[in-house]
Design a protein around this ligand. Structure first.
Ligand SMILES: C[S@@+](CC[C@H](N)C(=O)[O-])C[C@H]1O[C@@H](n2cnc3c(N)ncnc32)[C@H](O)[C@@H]1O
Length: 427
């Protein structure tokens, strides 16, 4: 039965247009408020009501043509069809709505930082040979099939060059019909290359695989090559030509394979700025979920730092780093064993930057502490707001938030929130 036209009411936090029907919300893929359109409705595997646009009768004033030729089929970007101003308002609104949902008042909203394209320093391309034809790109929208991606306006152009360099040797690497993930991370002038999946004739790296890769190494500036069978397996370093080193303030770290780095150098700099502006000029600091020391390194310019991190490779890299006078590194599972109130009370300020799941256990312990300044960094507005609620229930005030958009054209958004506690409750 033909559906009558509908009007899209609002834009959801994941970039779907929302049509509020009499039977509840329907999520319209790439719909925008102001669109009048015809859509095909269906329920997805999770039972959520969705709509696929068939015809746009009147286009929203917030709609624009996408920047990328692959936008229609690539699963990477979700909101290239938004005008820049609308995009910026929507991104800032995601965090404000999440805070509102958790009843967290914020004293000051600092001007958001929106970063441009062409700066993403890492990418995972997937390559597959299907019936003799090789494709290398990203997953298609809502599909396990691979789209051939030759251009990507969010990526550092060097990543596209790396992809092109890899193409001629793929016949020697791919196992027919088996996808191989190819991860590149650019660190300064060097490149970390890691394969995930079956590779070569035997499905494992052998001398033939290395021989096939060798010719592209100098041209592509590859510093290290790693492999793992699946994302759950440890990474095996196959070849290392030169150490991949990075400076975080005075700290010079030799990075472990496929190390976590903020996705763009500009985003990293903006986060460091936002953190440093919210901190006292000198003191003792704790950096929780420290990774390889992105923030801890800069904090060394202000005083002593304790870095806490789960990943033993990141911990080892920080311990071996140069310029780390004043830095103590602790391998610790902060979900299982959050820093206790008495431990926290030693610090003038605490920074936490957990994975997307957030850190309610650690927030609980912090909420009863006497730490005066707490800075939270997060790429998940919902878990950030939940953890902010926990801190506020313990007497903290959310002094400011700042959006740092280093995930251009996606629904992801990075937030820096500064909390303070002026009284001595909880001591
Ligand atoms: C979003 S990253 C932030 C890293 C670092 N702040 C940076 O900017 O480079 C989150 C970090 O938390 C670490 N992590 C994950 N689960 C953890 C846990 N249970 N305890 C401690 N660290 C954990 C990850 O290994 C990762 O390094």
């Amino acid at each position: 039965m033909a559906q009558p036209p509908i009007n899209v009411d609002s834009l959801g936090p994941k970039g779907d247009g929302i049509y509020r029907s009499a039977r509840g919300s329907i999520y319209i893929d790439r719909g925008l408020p102001g669109d009048r359109l015809k859509a095909r409705f269906f329920r997805d595997a999770m039972g959520v009501s969705r709509g696929e646009i068939q015809t746009i009768l009147t286009a929203s004033p917030h709609r624009q043509g996408p920047q990328c030729e692959h936008y229609d089929h690539c699963g990477g970007c979700t909101v290239q069809h938004l005008t820049p101003l609308y995009y910026q308002d929507w991104k800032s609104g995601i965090i404000l709505n999440a805070l509102h949902r958790f009843g967290v008042p914020v004293q000051k909203i600092l001007p958001p930082v929106f970063l441009g394209g062409g700066t993403r320093r890492r990418a995972t391309f997937t390559a597959v040979e299907t019936r003799g034809k090789i494709t290398m790109g990203y997953y298609r929208r809502r599909s396990r099939a691979i789209a051939n991606i030759e251009n990507c306006p969010i990526a550092d152009p060097r990543l596209l060059e790396l992809r092109a360099t890899m193409l001629p040797i793929l016949p020697s690497l791919l196992v027919p019909e088996k996808p191989l993930d190819i991860f590149f991370q650019i660190v300064g002038q060097g490149v970390d290359l890691m394969f995930t999946g079956p590779i070569g004739r035997r499905g494992q790296p052998d001398p033939d695989v290395l021989e096939a890769i060798a010719p592209i190494v100098p041209e592509a500036g590859i510093s290290r090559i790693g492999w793992r069978a699946t994302p759950r397996h440890p990474i095996r370093t196959l070849l290392e030509f030169s150490p991949l080193q990075i400076n975080f303030g005075p700290l010079r770290v030799t990075l472990p394979p496929a190390a976590f780095l903020q996705p763009t150098p500009d985003g990293e700099a903006a986060l460091v700025n936002a953190i440093m502006e919210g901190l006292p000029g000198a003191g003792d600091f704790a950096d929780l979920f420290s990774g390889c020391g992105t923030f801890a390194g800069h904090l060394l310019n202000r005083g002593r730092v304790d870095a806490y991190e789960l990943d033993p490779l990141a911990v080892r890299a920080m311990k071996k780093a140069t310029g780390g006078q004043g830095l103590a590194v602790h391998e610790r599972d902060l979900f299982q064993e959050p820093l206790r109130r008495e431990e926290l009370n030693r610090y003038d300020a605490v920074i936490f930057d957990p994975p997307r799941a957030g850190c309610p256990e650690q927030a609980e312990a912090m909420s009863s502490s006497r730490v005066q300044e707490v800075i939270g960094v997060s790429c998940n507005p919902a878990t950030f707001s939940r953890d902010a609620r926990i801190l506020c229930d313990g007497g903290y005030r959310l002094e400011s938030i700042q959006v740092i958009d280093q995930f251009l054209w996606s629904h992801h958004v990075e937030i820096v929130g500064r909390f303070s506690k002026s009284n001595r409750r909880g001591s």
